[in-house]
Design a protein around this ligand. Structure first.
Ligand code: ZN
Length: 210
C-alpha cells in the first residue's frame, strides 16, 4: 500500500494520539510500582555472608546495638588458611577459635564477622549485635576480623574487597550509618592487632562518602 504524504502524516498523527492516550491510561499503574520499588525492594547486597548456624551450634548473641558508625578491624594472629581453602576448613578453624574463647570463659567468638583469604565472609554476631572484640567500643561498633596473622600475611584482594563490600552492604542496609569510621584494634588498646600489613590501609575500607 502506497501512502501519499498527507495520508502518511494523518496516520502518524493518529498513531501518536493513540499512543499518548494509551500511555495516559497505562502509565500510572506502570510507573507507580517502578517508583515505589527501590524503597520496598530488599537492598541488593554484594557479599553472600555465610550465616552462623551454618558453622556452629553456638547462639550466644550480644545486646542489640541498632545502627552504629564504627567498624573495628582485627586479625586472627594464628596461622592463616590460604585463598584456596575449602569452606569446611574455614568453618573448622572458626570452631577451633570459638572453642578456645569458650575455654577462657568468654561467651564464644566475639567478632561480628570473619573474613577469610578466600573472600568468604562468615557471620558470627552479625549486624546490630554487640560483640566482645574491643573493650569500650563494642556497644557502638562492628568488629570484623581477617582470619590471618596480619603481621606476617597480607590480606588477599578477595578478602580485602569482601570486607569493603561487607561494610558497604552494612551502610546500604542501614546497619551502619552514612559516615563510617574504620579503625584498628590497635587504636583502642595497646595491641598490634590487626597487624602491620593491615594497619596502614584501614582507611581504604571506609566507603567513599557522596
Ligand atoms: Zn583485635
Amino acid at each position: 500500500m502506497q501512502l501519499n504524504p498527507i495520508s502518511f502524516s494523518l496516520v502518524v498523527v493518529v498513531f501518536v494520539a493513540v499512543a499518548l492516550a494509551t500511555m495516559g491510561f497505562a502509565a500510572p499503574p506502570r510507573v507507580a510500582p517502578a517508583v515505589a520499588a527501590p524503597a520496598a525492594a530488599p537492598v541488593e547486597l554484594q557479599v553472600p555472608v555465610i550465616v552462623r548456624s551454618d558453622w556452629t551450634p553456638q547462639t550466644h548473641a550480644g545486646a542489640r546495638t541498632g545502627q552504629v558508625d564504627d567498624v573495628v578491624i582485627h586479625h586472627f594472629w594464628r596461622p592463616s588458611l590460604d585463598h584456596v581453602a575449602a569452606p569446611a576448613d574455614e568453618m573448622a578453624l572458626l570452631r577451633q577459635v570459638e572453642r578456645s574463647h569458650l575455654g577462657k570463659g568468654w561467651s564464644g567468638l566475639a567478632y561480628n564477622f570473619v573474613v577469610f583469604q578466600s573472600g568468604r565472609v562468615y557471620e558470627v554476631r552479625g549486624w546490630g549485635r554487640e560483640g566482645a572484640h574491643t573493650k569500650g567500643v563494642n556497644a557502638h561498633s562492628v568488629g570484623i576480623a581477617f582470619a590471618i596473622d596480619g603481621d606476617r600475611v597480607r590480606p588477599t584482594d578477595a578478602a580485602w574487597q569482601a570486607a569493603k563490600d561487607l561494610i558497604e552492604d552494612g551502610v546500604a542496609a542501614g546497619h551502619l550509618g552514612d559516615d563510617v569510621h574504620v579503625s584498628g584494634h590497635n587504636e583502642h588498646a595497646a595491641k598490634a592487632c590487626p597487624g602491620r600489613h593491615l594497619v596502614p590501609h584501614l582507611h581504604d575500607l571506609e566507603p567513599a562518602t557522596a
